[in-house]
Each structure stands twice: as C-alpha cells, then as structure tokens.
Design a protein around this ligand. Structure first.
Ligand code: ATP
Length: 724
C-alpha cells in the first residue's frame, strides 16, 4: 500500500471511530430528560446540554478538517484533530479541538521548520510538528486526504497544494468560511488581542472580509466571559454586501452579531425618519461622468465632512452650548412666586455639571417642576390652587421652550445657520466651513434633506450632548472597506466602542470613492495612542489566478503610484483575454453576448459583466433578457445578491467576486487616466477567468504589450475546447 492509500485508510478508520463516539454522546444527551423546572442551576445545566446537542449535531456531518501531529517538549507525539466545533471525550485529549483553541493556532501558524510554539494561557508551549494534514469530509464521507507537511516524507516546507485545490473550486453566491486553509498571515490578525485598534491594509482578494468574520468568531470564543455577540458589529458598504457575507458567521457557529451599514446604524441611533444613504444618484454623479480628480480634494464635501478639522469645529460649537443653553431671567409660575435665575443657574452650572447637556436640561426642568409642586402646597384655598396650577402649567411649558432644542438634528441645523435658536451662536464655528460646502449644505437642509456625509457630525453632536446607554456601546467594531470611511467616522465610532476594540480593514489601491475616505492609513491611526493601535498588511491574494493578479498589478503600477501590489498564490489557469471589438450599438451588445456565451461554456457558477456606467448596465441587462438569458441587474438599490449571471457597473462590484468576469468598453474614453483603480477593482473580482473588450483605444495603463500577462483576440475553436 502506498503512502497516500495508507493515509486514507488510517483517516477512514479514525473517522468511523469519531462518528461512532459522537453518536454515542448525542444518544446520551438525547436520552437525558429536558429540564423545564424553575431551579436556576438546573436551567443553566440544561442550557449547556442544549448547546452541546446542537454542536454535536452540527459536527456529525463534518467533524474535523485537519490533523496536526504535535509533540510537546517533554511529552509524547499526539495527533490533534481540528474542527469547527470542539468535541470532548472521556480521555484528557479532546476528540476534536475547536479551531479557535490556542493549540489549534499551530495548525495555521506553522510554516515548516524544526520547532513550533503557540501561546497558551499557561505560557508559551514549545514542541515539534510531525504532520500537518488536511482532510475533506462531506456528509460523513471522507473525500480527500492531503498532507501539507510531513516531516518524515517531504522535508521542512509546508506546501500550498491543498490551498490551491480549494481556491480552484467554483464559488456559489455567498462568501464561505476558510477554517481549513487559514494562512499564517491571516491567523495572526484573527487571533490578535481584543483591546487594540487593528488597521489592516490588505490587497484585493487577500481575505480581508473573510478574516474579519473569522476574527469575530475567535473573539467570541476567546473572550466569552467579557463580550457578547449582540454587542459586536460589522460595518459593510451596502445591504447587498451584507447579504453576500451573511452565511459565514452561521457557518462558524456564531449568531446575533450585528451586520449593518453605517447609515442604517446611525439613523437608528439618531431616530431619523429617513435614512440618508448614498444611492444610485450619488454614484452616477461621481462615477459615470469621468471627473478630473486631480482638481478635487479637500474641497470635496465628503472629504471635509470626514476630517478631524470638521470634528474640532463641531466640538467647539458643542462647548459653546453650555453657556448659551440656560434662558435668561427668573422663573415665575404665577404672579407673586419667583424662582430666581441664580438658583436655576446653580443647579445647572454646579449640581448637574458632571452630566451631559441633554440630561442637565432634563434635570433642571424636572427640578423646577418639583419646586412648583412644593409651592402649590402653600395655596390658601382650593380656588387659588386651581388657578395657580393652570398658570404654572402654561408658564412651565413656555419656560421649557426658551431652552434650545438639543436633538442632534436640530443642533446640526442650528450650527449650519439654517435654524435660529435662543442664544445659540454658530458664527464662530462656521468661520471654518469652506463657503461652497456651507452653501450647499444649507440649501438641502432648508429642504429638510440630509446626506450620508452629515451622519458623523450628527452622531458626534449626539455623543457630546447625551450619555450613551449600555445598549448603545459595542464590545467590538469591524469596519470593512475602511478606505471609504473617514477619520471622523472612526472617531465617532470610537466613542461607541469600549477600549478602542476595532478591526479596520481596507485597501488603499481600491479607494475608488475618492470623494470621501482616506488617502493613507495614518489619517486613521493618529486617532489612537501608539499603544492602542497596531498595523498589519495582507499581501497575498487568494482570490484570483496568477494570470489575473499579474495583469491587474500591471494596471495598478502603470496607472497609479502604489506600494501595494498583490502577490499571487501559485495557481495558474486561463490567460487574461483582451478582445478588440466593434463598439457601435447592437453590434457591440451582440459581441458582449458572444463573449458571455463563450465564457459560460466553462464550468462556472457565477459570471459577471462589469460595465462602466449604470446606464450601460441597464441597457445590457435589458438586451440579455431579451435574448433569453436570465441576468441579475445590480444597481445600487439591490439588497440581495442572487449569484448566477450578474450585470453591474464596475464601481458596484467592490467586495464581490465571480468565477468569470467580462469587462466591456475598456476604452481610454470610458476609463480616463484617473480610473486605473476602478479598472483594477473590476479585474480583481475574477477568480478564474477575465476578459476585457475594447474599441479603438485602450487606456494607456492596460498592458497590451506583454504576452506574459494577457493574450489578444477571440479564442480559436481549439482554445475554447481546451479550456473546457
Ligand atoms: N486562506 C484562505 N483559504 C481559502 N480561501 C481564501 C483564503 N483567504 C481568502 N480566501 C478566499 O479569497 C477570496 C477573497 O476573500 P475576501 O473577499 O475576504 O477578500 P478581500 O480582501 O476582502 O477582497 P477585496 O478587497 O478584493 O474585496 C474569497 O473567495 C475567500 O474565500
């Protein structure tokens, strides 16, 4: 029997034994009567049994995915089986170890060599690794056994073979977990300590979103006593993206973590009736009209309203509120009774000083109410009492109205000079506003409109004037696509999260929303003290083939000055294809259809056509439908991702991935010299195959001259056959 066969046999026997033991454990649990009484200890025990029942039922289909043979210094060599869920046993060695347990980190961090170590609660544990093995089990059937390290057979290196096999698979319409192939650079981020603002620059396809989701699952396991799922949140760029990633956490056995867009969350906190959210109109404005972005920068409303200078301006305005809130004059509930201003001021400025201003206002008004009630007791007759009560009620209401309305929205309008409020002066703050931005903001505020870019300011005003309650505070915040977030947004979120516990992930090379977001990570890092933050880089791209990554890298290095080029995993497939085609009307669409039909002959489950504009996507979608295909249009309003064939503008493809991608209209006219990043984003969406169709003039950053990275022309019939 050769090595592969004997390894398979060995694992098959071990799997049979494991499944049997899990069955026995499950039987035992199922035969234990469910406790329904009122005894608290028994209830806790029952909850534990219930969770165990669930976990065992889950692990019985695919109990583990990896094996690591480890010999702890001074101990014996033992095989450790690693799965999504830990399973105990009668012996000290668990049957299956949870992938998040300290010892399981060896499975991911070990990159070959003579010795290995991992951090355990009791300190650093050292030893030797003999074997690292991947096992694929599907519905209790052992499908594949693959050794990525075998000290006795292959020598010192860990091979990528299993990873490449996994990456070569076609994707369905959801992001998946990667527990069986987490790479060392990713594991380091997943297991990083909780109370740090981690900032991760990761190239396209380096697993940022995936790593963030695994990190949440890890944190919940590692800090189960300190944090809860409901108080963790992942901010994603849009609702469709949330749908796209929504399977990963349940696959990892984790529920209840909030997944939201910043706008949805902000609107909830601020109790806004309408959610100000960038939609198709905003995108068409910024993306479809080919802007010369060299002229734009700090004067962009999104950039200014995301800056720390703007935050400071708001802070200054909020500080001024303290002195302008209290109405002038004594309070008199009826003629002859007076509560002197001096008294009210003392309550407001001294007794209630420690509280935020909204609470101070509430407390002062409540105190005045109590004072009125005391005074009423002194009324000489029932008739006088009645009369005083009526008067007091009117005057109390009138007095309350003399205080400014401190809701965040009204304060914002006041600050912008659109609403007048007693004594509140915003002139000093407004001196810092660029006049054009102020004018534009005033114009839409007058129409009772708000924009997404105003949400950080509103939230900041809210946090400066209110006390956040426990339910509003997060244990951990993940920001995905963070290059499109502003420093001010992060500064605001920092007030909502405990201990700066952030995972902030993004890719500056994909910063296509140039009208907002950051240009360097320093813009965010300066929000934290050096000991509160750490920076990581993910440099390998796992999504796309070598051919696609090399091609996309060329676009980036020719079109943008960048330090962030992706390193591909050694996975080779079809060359990138550049096709010169006729651009006119129907002919153009017919050729896109032809490309699509050729690509769809491949074994792909998800294919996308990425157009330059929304209008082009709508037209192509209609055409393909008319031709009997079943495409899904993604237009910026879509909240579910259906997979299959998608048609969408290239700027909406960020974060998504498809087995094959076709990008039509790659012309210098459509993709100006400022759009290299946009095209880079489009190209890096493809896992296995990428076609670009162009008319007369390709943008100068597209590498047409390098046969190493792309071939030209339609595939010959021979090539089509070979590729299938
Ligand atoms: N260690 C890994 N093993 C297997 N697949 C991986 C691994 N890391 C990432 N992937 C896969 O690579 C693809 C890209 O992952 P993901 O979308 O999380 O990357 P990203 O960095 O967020 O990408 P982008 O910034 O381009 O949107 C996914 O299909 C993911 O499953």
């Amino acid at each position: 029997m050769d090595h592969v066969q004997s390894a398979y046999q060995e694992e098959k026997e071990r799997l049979d034994r494991t499944l049997l033991t899990i069955d026995e454990q499950l039987d035992k649990l199922r035969n234990t009567p469910v406790y329904t009484g009122h005894d608290y200890t028994e209830q806790v025990l029952e909850a534990g049994r219930d969770q165990q029942r669930h976990q065992l039922a889950k692990s019985t289909q695919e109990p583990y995915f990896g094996r690591l043979d480890f010999e702890e210094k001074g101990g014996e060599r033992v095989p450790l089986y690693i799965g999504k869920v830990g399973v105990g046993s009668d012996s000290p060695q668990p049957l299956v170890i949870d992938w998040r347990a300290p010892v399981a980190s060896l499975f991911y961090s070990f990159t070959g060599g003579d010795s290995a170590s991992y951090d355990a609660p009791e300190g650093l544990i050292e030893g030797l690794v003999y074997l690292k093995r991947n096992v694929v089990i599907r519905q209790q059937i052992l499908e594949r056994v693959s050794d990525t390290f075998n000290a006795e057979a292959d020598g010192p290196a860990v091979s990528d073979e299993f990873l490449v096999y996994r990456l070569g698979e076609n994707k369905d319409n959801r992001l998946r977990d990667i527990v069986s192939t987490i790479q060392a650079e990713q594991d380091q981020i997943i297991r990083a300590a909780k109370n740090t603002a981690l900032i991760i620059q990761g190239v396209a396809g380096s697993g940022k979103t995936t790593v963030a989701l695994h990190r949440l699952a890890f944190l919940l396991y590692q800090y189960k006593e300190q944090i809860t799922a409901e108080k963790m949140v992942i901010f994603a760029p849009n609702r469709m993206f949330i749908d796209y990633i929504s399977d990963v956490l349940p696959e990892l056995g984790v529920g209840d973590i909030q997944q939201s867009t910043f706008s949805d969350w902000a609107a909830r906190i601020l109790e806004l009736e309408h959610i100000p959210q960038d939609g198709p109109e905003t995108y068409v404005h910024w993306f479809d009209q080919g802007k010369d972005i060299s002229r734009l920068d700090e004067d962009l409303p999104g950039r200014f309203k995301g800056s720390l200078a703007y935050r400071d301006m708001i802070e200054q305005f909020a500080e001024g509120l303290e002195s302008s809130c209290l109405p002038d004059g004594d309070f008199s509930p009826w003629d002859g009774a007076v509560l002197p201003e001096r008294m009210i001021r003392e309550w407001y400025m001294q007794e209630y000083k420690p509280y935020p201003i909204v609470m101070r206002k509430e407390r002062v008004l409540a105190r005045i109410h109590r004072w009125i009630e005391m005074e009423l007791k002194k009324a000489p007759s029932a008739a006088a009492l009645k009369e005083r009560k009526t008067k007091a009620s009117q005057r109390e209401k009138a007095y309350a109205k003399k205080w400014p309305d401190l809701s965040a929205l009204t304060l914002f309008k006041t600050m912008m000079g659109v609403k007048k409020q007693n004594g509140v002066d915003s002139s000093e703050a407004l001196e810092h506003m660029p006049p054009a931005i102020l004018k534009e903001t005033q114009a839409y505020l007058k129409k009772n409109q708000l924009r997404e870019e105003d949400l950080p300011a509103l939230l900041y005003l809210y946090t400066l004037t209110n006390e956040l309650d426990g339910n509003e505070r997060f244990d951990h915040v993940v920001i995905d696509e963070a290059q499109d977030f502003s420093p001010f947004q992060v500064a605001v979120l920092d007030r909502f999260v405990k201990n700066h516990s952030f995972t902030i992930l993004g890719d500056l090379s994909q910063g296509i929303h140039y009208y907002k977001g950051v240009r360097t990570w320093d813009e965010m890092q300066i929000l934290f003290k050096p000991e509160e933050t750490a920076m990581f880089a993910l440099t390998r791209s796992y999504r796309s083939t070598m051919e696609i990554i090399n091609f996309a890298n060329e676009i980036l290095s020719r079109g943008v000055d960048t330090d962030f080029l992706a390193i591909p995993v050694f996975r080779s497939a079809e060359p990138v294809r550049l096709i010169h085609f006729v651009e006119e009307g129907c002919e153009r669409q017919a050729q896109i259809l032809k490309a699509l039909e050729l690509v769809q002959q491949g074994p792909y489950r998800t294919v996308a056509v990425l157009t330059r504009t929304l209008q082009a996507a709508e037209e192509l979608h209609a055409y393909l439908k008319h031709k009997g295909l079943d495409p899904n249009l993604i237009d910026g309003r879509t909240s579910e991702y259906a997979g299959g064939l998608s048609v969408l503008p290239v700027y909406l493809s960020k974060g998504l991935e498809f087995d094959a991608v076709i990008i039509p209209d790659v012309n210098a006219e459509e993709y100006s010299s400022y759009d290299a990043k946009l095209l880079y984003v489009g190209c890096t969406r493809a896992l296995h195959e990428l076609w670009l169709l162009y008319g007369d003039s390709l943008p100068m950053y597209v590498p047409i001259d390098d046969p190493e990275v792309a071939v030209q022309g339609w595939p010959t019939p021979m090539e089509s056959k070979e590729s299938n």
